[in-house]
Design a protein around this ligand. Structure first.
Ligand code: FAD
Length: 318
């Protein structure tokens, strides 16, 4: 079923969903099941699986020189989605990115998903690779998620890259896209960023999942601004609990979001690593309860492979 059909069917009840990362290359599916098994009792209708493009790493060779090589550290998104559907009977939402894909690669990936009867995708651009100073699309690839959305929407109309294909099968993808209550870090301002988000919706995106945030007011204001500019699709809040004091710096650095002073102070004052973790969990529970009371369509948790933390939050909220 499509993600948006679940929202329609839920009649105002807030759903729960989780995002998992493929294990590092060499790992097995059990790593994913170990995260999801304890969470399935909360009945998520769908599970997101992130996509990770290849990265550059520098390897020191005998003689001391460094060789730049390209590796995919976390392959397997599509296979994991199929395994999730098979094991739990829920829908899986693969993330599909622009980075590393030509349009042809994208088309082939979508054909695979269609054949697997996976009809939901989250269409995103991806970040610059480590050691690249900005995002570089593949030659013959997409520079922005907007173009990826357009390609998926075209396939939903039976339009393939090869113009000789007549009466191509229409796919039926429900398309999610990313949104940023605190602005995407490359955008000159929030308004400009939201105009591009609006363009993604006009191109065919059916719902938005937000970047994590730690101040619900940012989400509520964002939703209101979206509505004011005519973005009328569901906007799903993405949530991640802080569990370590070091994240007070690493999360803003990687995700370009603010951590409220109250949360920073409470974490710093907590005496032990476990007490700090509980501060982060309690904060996320409070956020979740307020969002649920406001009637958001779904609470989407970035598990980051931490089932115990996600479970503690879900138990308190659902
Ligand atoms: P876009 O929508 O393309 O926007 C990128 C920037 O360009 C923004 O500043 C926007 O304002 C601007 N812009 C957009 N369109 C245009 C245009 N046509 N012309 C000019 N400027 C434009 N990354 C991964 O690698 N794998 C994942 O699985 C993954 N999952 C994610 C899930 C969620 C819910 C979120 C919020 C992020 C995820 N990311 C993932 C990170 C994401 O790839 C980065 O945030 C990336 O930098 C931007 O992706 P986007 O789809 O928002 O890009």
């Amino acid at each position: 079923m499509k993600v948006t059909d679940y929202f329609d069917k839920s009649a105002g009840t807030t759903l729960i969903s989780f995002e998992v990362l493929p294990p590092p290359k060499g790992g097995g599916m059990q790593a994913i099941f170990d995260v999801l098994d304890p969470l399935m009792e909360f009945k998520p209708p769908f599970i997101d699986v992130t996509y990770h493009r290849e990265e550059f790493v520098y390897v020191q060779r005998p003689g001391g020189y460094f060789e730049k090589i390209s590796i995919r550290k976390r392959p397997g998104t599509v296979g994991i989605c199929a395994a999730i559907v098979h094991r739990y009977g829920v829908d899986a939402v693969p993330h599909l990115i622009c980075g590393g894909f030509t349009k042809e690669d994208t088309e082939n990936a979508l054909i695979d998903l269609n054949f697997l009867n996976i009809n939901n995708v989250l269409a995103i651009r991806g970040d610059a690779r480590k050691f690249d100073n900005k995002f570089e699309p593949e030659p013959q690839g997409h520079a922005y998620a907007l173009d990826l959305v357009r390609q998926i929407a075209d396939m939903n109309q039976g339009k393939y890259l090869d113009e000789n294909i007549e009466n191509g099968q229409c796919t039926d993808f429900c398309i999610g896209v990313a949104g940023y209550p605190e602005k995407h870090f490359e955008a000159p301002n929030l308004q400009a960023d939201m105009q591009w988000t609006k363009a993604k919706v006009e191109a065919g995106a059916n719902y938005i999942v937000t970047q994590m945030f730690f101040d619900n007011q940012k989400y509520f204001q964002y939703v209101q601004q979206c509505r004011n500019m005519g973005i009328d699709v569901p906007i799903v809040p993405g949530l991640k609990p802080l569990t370590r004091e070091g994240q007070l710096n690493t999360i803003p650095r990687h995700f370009h979001v603010d951590v409220p002073a109250e949360l920073v102070n409470a974490m710093r004052q907590a005496k032990t690593p476990e007490a700090k973790r509980q501060v982060g969990i309690e904060w996320c529970i409070t956020q979740s309860k307020e969002l649920k009371a406001a009637g958001v369509p779904c609470l989407h948790y970035y598990t980051m492979g931490d089932a115990a933390t996600t479970r503690q939050i879900a138990e308190a909220v659902f």
